[in-house]
Design a protein around this ligand. Structure first.
Ligand SMILES: Cc1cc2nc3c(=O)[nH]c(=O)nc-3n(C[C@H](O)[C@H](O)[C@H](O)COP(=O)(O)OP(=O)(O)OC[C@H]3O[C@@H](n4cnc5c(N)ncnc54)[C@H](O)[C@@H]3O)c2cc1C
Length: 428
């Protein structure tokens, strides 16, 4: 085991993999150390009965931060955009080829006046004065309409994209995401997302670095408020590995636990207290005949389900020949502190039975999980992230708990890696 690198990256999630690839591309010898046996963290791929299921995220924003990192380091992302997208709203399908959200709002509004009231409020908030975070998105929208279907359109977008219900999201955060990302489109990768993290890991190795799985960072070494390396546990032995730069992808709260106590200043501790992980309900199922024509279906006016993806409609090799794979996302009733996951999943399955007649007869459930706590939807709700720098010089956070405002989930994880790479270029 080598004990000296130019930079160490702890964790191979989206943020860690992107940071390691960017640093390797800039000529650094990087150690990428991952605790699990596979790369990619909550955006990876595992096999279940011949299907390649997602360990979390699988839909990558086309043209977004992940693809920008790929372009910067010179690898193809391999993302196949979802070509057929629709919204299911209270039993009716609205095909996006007839227009996106704006058209759906016009279609479901009870009058032209109502549609105009909502659309002009959105336009004003985006172009002139967005609401602050003292109101929830649902409270903000309720000023303009009580139409359940219009609320359903936004609940579908917010809960699938930002992993909280619209009554839980600070209103200002929605507009920050739209400012940086709208219109948002997604796609899937042949052979599952893990292929992309493997390509990034190869870049690290080609630049003279190493990628080790089954390796846990146990602590940082710090001298005079500057990081000097990490203590690493690998194959039942402890190693002291040195590097002048350390990038942590394990979430800001877990990072703080590895910092010697005397280096944690008061303001950083206060920021950490605001961290509130979100929860996602997640289910994979398969079918022998295709159950819909869309590879992405937003779902609104439902009990819990907010999105159904069919990655096998776009990406090669994720389902056995002649079979189809679907991933379903949903928000628990309380996505900041789910308190009855069994009841949440009963409601979730009732939604699937509404959407697909004879769901139980025509499909096979492959996985069913509620992500929360230390393995969450997002590390923290939008608007409560501490950012990519820590009080220790050259010790950085990357990941969905470290992205700048308006960059959420995998987009925020990749964006934080880009900011760290820029910082390192500027300061070293
Ligand atoms: C069910 C679900 C569905 C989602 N769907 C989407 C989607 O379709 N599109 C989208 O854009 N986003 C989606 N998201 C969000 C997205 O998956 C996450 O925002 C993103 O994957 C977070 O990546 P990260 O960089 O924070 O790293 P993480 O995924 O948190 O990875 C951190 C890594 O660090 C490792 N680690 C932890 N501790 C240590 C240690 N001490 N030493 C070494 N390694 C360690 C972990 O094993 C892990 O591999 C989804 C999330 C979930 C949970």
């Amino acid at each position: 085991m080598k004990l000296q690198y130019d930079a160490i990256v702890i964790g191979s999630g989206v943020g860690g993999s992107c940071a390691a690839a960017l640093l390797a591309h800039s000529g650094k010898r990087v150690l990428l150390a991952e605790k699990r046996t596979y790369l990619g963290g909550r955006f990876s791929t595992v096999e279940r009965d011949g299907f390649l299921c997602a360990t979390g995220g699988l839909a990558i924003q086309t043209g977004g931060c992940v693809e920008q990192v790929c372009e910067a380091v010179g690898i193809p992302s391999g993302v196949h955009p979802s070509k057929k997208v629709a919204t299911w709203l209270a039993g009716k399908i609205y095909d996006h080829k007839n227009g996106g959200m704006t058209q759906i709002i016009r279609d479901v509004a009870t009058s032209d006046d109502e549609a105009e009231r909502v659309l002009s409020a959105i336009k004003r908030a985006r172009a002139w004065c967005p609401p602050n975070n003292d109101v929830s998105f649902q409270e903000w929208l309720s000023q303009y309409t009580s139409n359940e279907k219009i609320h359903g359109v936004f609940q579908a977008t917010i809960s699938s994209l930002l992993t909280v219900n619209s009554h839980e999201l600070p209103a200002g955060e929605y507009f920050k995401v739209m400012e940086h990302n709208a219109p948002i489109t997604f796609g899937f990768i042949d052979g599952g997302s893990i292929r992309l993290w493997e390509k990034m890991a190869n870049l690290v190795k080609q630049a003279g670095g190493d990628v080790i799985t089954g390796a846990s960072a146990m602590g940082f070494t710090v001298e005079n408020f500057k990081v000097t390396g990490i203590n690493l546990r690998h194959q039942q032995a402890n190693h002291k590995v040195s590097a002048p730069i350390v990038v942590s992808n394990i979430g800001p709260a877990a990072t703080a636990q590895l910092i010697p106590d005397e280096y944690l200043d008061k303001s950083f501790r206060r920021q950490l207290k605001k961290i509130t992980p979100t929860a996602i309900m997640w289910l994979h199922f398969s079918s022998e005949e295709p159950l819909m024509e869309y590879s992405a279906l937003a779902v609104g006016c439902s009990r819990r389900v907010n999105m159904i993806d069919a990655p096998s409609f776009e990406a090669e090799g994720v389902a056995p020949p002649g079979q189809h794979l679907y991933t379903v996302g949903g928000a628990p009733l309380n996505s900041l502190a789910p308190n009855d996951i069994k009841a949440d999943f009963e409601a979730f399955l009732a939604d699937l039975r509404d959407i697909y007649p004879e769901f139980d007869k025509r499909t096979r459930v492959l996985t069913k999980t509620c992500y929360r706590g230390a393995w969450p939807g997002f590390r923290t709700i939008s608007g409560s992230r501490p950012g990519h720098r820590t009080p220790i010089r050259n010790l950085y956070n990357v990941g969905d708990g470290a992205g700048p405002p308006g960059f959420e989930g995998s987009m925020g994880a990749a964006k934080s890696a880009m900011l760290v790479a820029e910082d390192i270029k500027q300061f070293s």
